[in-house]
Write a new protein. Sequence first.
Length: 482
Amino acid sequence: MSKEFIDSRFHITRKHFLGKLSLGLGSAALGSLLIPDLFSKSEAPTQALGLPHFAPKAKRVIYLFQNGAPSQLESFDYKPMLNKMMGEELPESVRMGQRLTGMTSGQSKFPLVGSHFKFSQHGQSGAWVSELFPNIAKIVDDICIVKSMHTEAINHDPALTFMQTGAQQGNRPSMGAWMSYGLGSENKNLPAYCVLLSRGRGNGQGVYSKLWTNGFLDSVHQGVQFSSSEERVLYLKDPEGRDRMDRRRMLDQLAQLNDLNYKEFGDPEIQARVQQYELAYRMQTAVPELTDFSKESDDIVKMYGADCLMPGTYAANCLLARKLSEAGVRFVQLYHQGWDQHGNMVGEMPLQAEDVDRSTAALIMDLKQRGLLDETLVIWGGEFGRTNYCQGSLSKENYGRDHHPRAYTIWMAGGGVKPGITYGESDEFGYNIVKDPVHVNDFHATVLHLMGLNHEQLTYKHLGRRYRLTDVAGKVVAGILA
């Protein structure tokens, strides 16, 4: 090979060039052996698949996630036996040596503690609801209360991650990202997946962007976080001194450069980046209109409560969730922090419940009066439940409860779910499930089913394996389907 064949820009010798070439070929050969699909073009496309697999019952999801794990024993799972046996030891035949957290594993005694709050039956369904949720009590005939949820995770981070992504470890696509990948958005001017954050008056657990990540899916499927600041979605505004035409010209030129880059490297993430730039441009018009509540009627403000006019509150996010869903956003995830009552249950939980009760019920009623509830699946619940025994010293006026993954409660409404029913049952101690267990994988399979997606067929090939939200488990809970 003559020196003319050596690219002078790199200033390398023939010997150096051939040495590097052999190393490169060897690395490529080794890579193809270790990862057979390394050079395959069979990976899933950047665009949404454009499913569903079959006719959906729901078109959109609003997930009101109560971060920190609200106590089922102070909300929707009435256990009078705990009041009768107040202070008595939890029978070993009930606990059966099951795993405890580090916060109570050192306790020598596990005294049962009944709820400080009164329960009563409501609606034609006769569902038991705590006095802490008077407004949700009024809509029990519109909701399906599932009292038999269970999970393996016993600490917040893995349980929270599992509930959102189907895996206890990070870097897996969240449920909203899977929805975006499978179905896309109904509105080209808005993302398919939006995230809203709020903080209550209780003890909070953190939330992190890994909970709404796209994981190994293309970044176009990542959740778009709304902020409580004046700029509700960051970096949407044009730079000072620039107008929309300037932004349009800049994006067109940037798209040309990215197209050249894509032709050279073939990285689908380059195309995803272009799509995100274009979506952000269209959102400049759509988002300000959606986040402007000035046109909402006095009746709506009264229904949700005055807090709905304060950006970043739970009430404001419930109203925004309705507006986003109404505008065609597939998946709206609302994280509300503050449910981690290890100690002052009597003092904290009433405040936390007050923060969410009115506006949660208002969201259901608002969707119903607009004719949207039948096509919108609403979910309310946390990552696990709370123990029937007291954490720390026992007092009727000041007790706490530890984490309990064996049996906990969530509820669902609209979108193809049977209204006015209670599904599943825990034992008289509220410790173990005795009827119709629902695992987190089953929950995910059911939500996907309601959206017209077969959880076993919604897959993505990554590093030689086909992944799905339900991993290798999960079955649709037919008993709650309308």
